[in-house]
Design a protein around this ligand. Structure first.
Ligand code: SF4
Ligand code: SF4
Length: 210
């Protein structure tokens, strides 16, 4: 038998103004008109794996439950397939709202820390901005070390095979003239390595991968 547990939300859990802030971002305004029909949850191919359904994320965001939304796994499990956005009867850009929430979670450093997807997004962006290229085995190693060291140890056979076949890079791949890239990223997206290293600072980050 499935045990149902209800989570009660209290007024004190709200962070007043959060919903309004999200809805002030271009592309997210229509959230105001959500009728909670649940179409987004119904069409989402990943909703069965999510802790909150897309409909719930929309409701929680609008109702100022910032911490619940930013700490949820849902925003990181969203695969940006746009099915919800296409089907929403109120033309709410749910996928873009998910991106906005991911950005805020990274900026404020309150995403689920041991969950690999936000860590991967963070490290991917950091590596791409700093080196202009992403070295996949380094990225995977950092992700495992930051989330689940034992899982990394369990991958030793794969690592060995990659080394034997010459597919394991021992050096980070980098473009030439990285300073120019840093300047370009800094002026275009206001991304700085400092910001990425310290998500609590106020700089913006680029869209994380999902
Ligand atoms: S489909 Fe649109 S209107 Fe319906 S619950 Fe989802 S966001 Fe709200
Ligand atoms: S864009 Fe994200 S939330 Fe929307 S249907 Fe696809 S996976 Fe689900």
């Amino acid at each position: 038998m499935i045990e149902l547990t209800r989570t009660i939300k209290y007024e004190a859990d709200r962070v007043k103004g959060f919903g309004r802030e999200v809805m002030s971002v271009p592309g997210c305004e229509a959230l105001q008109s959500c009728i909670q029909c649940g179409t987004c949850s119904g069409v989402c191919p990943l909703s069965i794996y999510m802790d909150f359904s897309p409909r719930q994320v929309m409701a929680l965001t609008r109702a100022d439950f910032k911490n619940e939304v930013l700490k949820s796994h849902t925003i990181w499990l969203c695969a940006s397939c746009y099915a919800c956005t296409t089907e929403c009867p109120r033309e709410i850009r749910i996928t873009d709202i998910m991106y906005e929430l991911k950005q805020r979670a990274m900026k404020e450093g309150i995403y689920p820390k041991k969950f690999p997807i936000p860590v991967l997004a963070q490290e991917f962006t950091k590596m791409a901005v700093k080196h202009g290229r992403v070295t996949e085995n380094y990225l995977a190693t950092i992700m495992f070390l930051k989330t689940n060291v034992f899982a990394a140890l369990g991958m030793w056979k794969l690592g060995l095979k990659l080394i034997l076949r010459g597919r394991f890079a021992f050096k980070l791949d980098s473009i030439k003239r990285r300073d120019e890239l840093a300047r370009m990223m800094g002026s275009v997206e206001n991304v700085s390595i400092d910001t990425l290293s310290n998500p609590k600072t106020n700089g913006k980050t680029s869209h994380p991968t999902s």
